[in-house]
Design a protein around this ligand. Structure first.
Ligand code: CP3
Length: 344
């Protein structure tokens, strides 16, 4: 049976454009909200293999996307490094601040803390329809470091402390990034050994970095992660998603990634023309707010995105995660549309 997503990520032109959505498992689904009340903290859900597998499969049962994304979070890596991570109800992550050299040196990656995640992968694999590709993921070092450096008082999306630290403490910043690169490689290798078939690196805060630091904290770490995975698992495609970094797309496409994720503020046509090679796939980039507000407008935008892909290997997605207030019926209409849209 065809796995359209895996084929597109491997550079093939599929008879229709495959689709999956960032945050496709989550609060817009009533069955997620219901299951969520059965556990205390959000991290507890991430480390409960049966429940995390169930949440991974919930959107597939309803909408049969071409990809299922493993249910977990990017902050499980700091947790495995010994950093305290909790989620305050309605407030998002609360992460212990890391910054002084002695603390950085003491961070030790304990892979066994993440073994429930690999168990989730194995459980999902047993239940996944055979045409659906299982996607594993990790946060990119810069984005994960943002949370570790900003500390528990972080409420906004600006990360001023992390940006200041990256600029003024390059040696310590490099130490943190090195630890994150090494742990991320092992973590993704283990997800792959457990059964994921494609990987996405989420660099959600890449767009905050000025040009002179983008190379050090986004490009170089991404290249190291990608080349290690290409060596150990050459057939597993990697999607790189550096949100807000459209102006650097010409450099980012040359990190070895198989597919470039594009946010809704970036011109996907321009990214297609910048690709490192014609087999490199492009993923994106419906505005998540548009689907929440305006179903017809979103279907129109979806049609235009499919047209823009043309013959390039494309993967339909949002430009960022789906919003918790998105009506389920709008998601259903979008999936129906995408499933019947054949290529010319
Ligand atoms: O469906 C999926 O995409 C898979 C699961 C997934 C989650 N988080 C579940 C989640 C994935 C891939 C992530 C990645 C993630 N986590 C990122 C990168 C993508 C992005 O959104 O930029 C980031 C920055 C995080 C860190 C994080 N986790 C934040 C900032 C928050 C709070 C914001 C919010 O939406 O609540 C989370 C919590 C979180 N991660 C939830 C879910 C479903 C909601 C928590 C809940 O249910 O109480």
């Amino acid at each position: 049976m065809d796995k359209f997503l895996l084929e597109a990520l491997s550079g093939k032109r599929t008879e229709r454009v495959p689709f999956w959505f960032m945050r496709q498992a989550g609060r817009y689904l009533p069955e997620y909200r219901e299951l969520r009340t059965s556990v205390g903290g959000f991290m507890e859900l991430c480390f409960h293999p049966e429940k995390a597998a169930e949440v991974t499969l919930q959107p597939i049962r309803r909408f049969h996307m071409d990809g299922a994304i493993l249910f977990s979070d990017i902050l499980v890596i700091p947790h495995a490094l010994g950093v305290t991570v909790t989620f305050a109800e309605g407030e998002g992550p609360v992460v212990q601040q890391v910054g002084c050299e002695a603390h950085i040196d003491s961070l030790t990656f304990k892979l066994e803390k993440l073994s429930p995640v690999f168990e989730t992968v194995r459980l999902v694999k047993k239940q996944l329809p055979e045409d659906v590709t299982l996607i594993g993921f990790a946060g990119s070092p810069w984005t994960v470091a943002c949370y570790m450096l900003e500390g528990p008082r972080n409420k906004g999306k600006d990360f001023p402390h992390a940006l200041h630290y990256a600029k003024t403490e390059p040696v310590l910043m490099q130490k943190i990034v090195d630890k994150l690169v090494d742990s991320t490689i092992v973590y993704l290798q283990q997800q792959t050994d457990a059964g994921v078939e494609a990987l996405q690196l989420f660099d959600s805060w890449a767009g905050l970095l000025p040009k002179d630091q983008f190379e050090a904290w986004v490009i170089a770490p991404t290249k190291r992660i990608v080349s290690a995975l290409k060596e150990s698992h050459p057939h597993v495609p990697i999607i790189g998603f550096a949100r807000g970094a459209g102006e650097y797309a010409g450099t980012y496409v040359r990190t070895g990634i198989d597919c470039i994720g594009v946010d809704q503020h970036t011109d996907i046509k321009k990214v297609i023309s910048l690709r490192a090679n014609p087999g490199q796939a492009v993923q994106g980039n419906l505005d998540p707010e548009l689907l929440m507000r305006d179903k017809t407008g979103a279907l129109r935008q979806a049609e235009s995105i499919l047209k823009t892909f043309g013959n390039a290997p494309g993967v339909f997605n949002f430009g960022h995660g789906m919003l918790p207030t998105t009506p389920v019926e709008h998601v259903a209409a979008l999936c129906d549309y995408l499933r019947q849209a054949r290529r010319a």
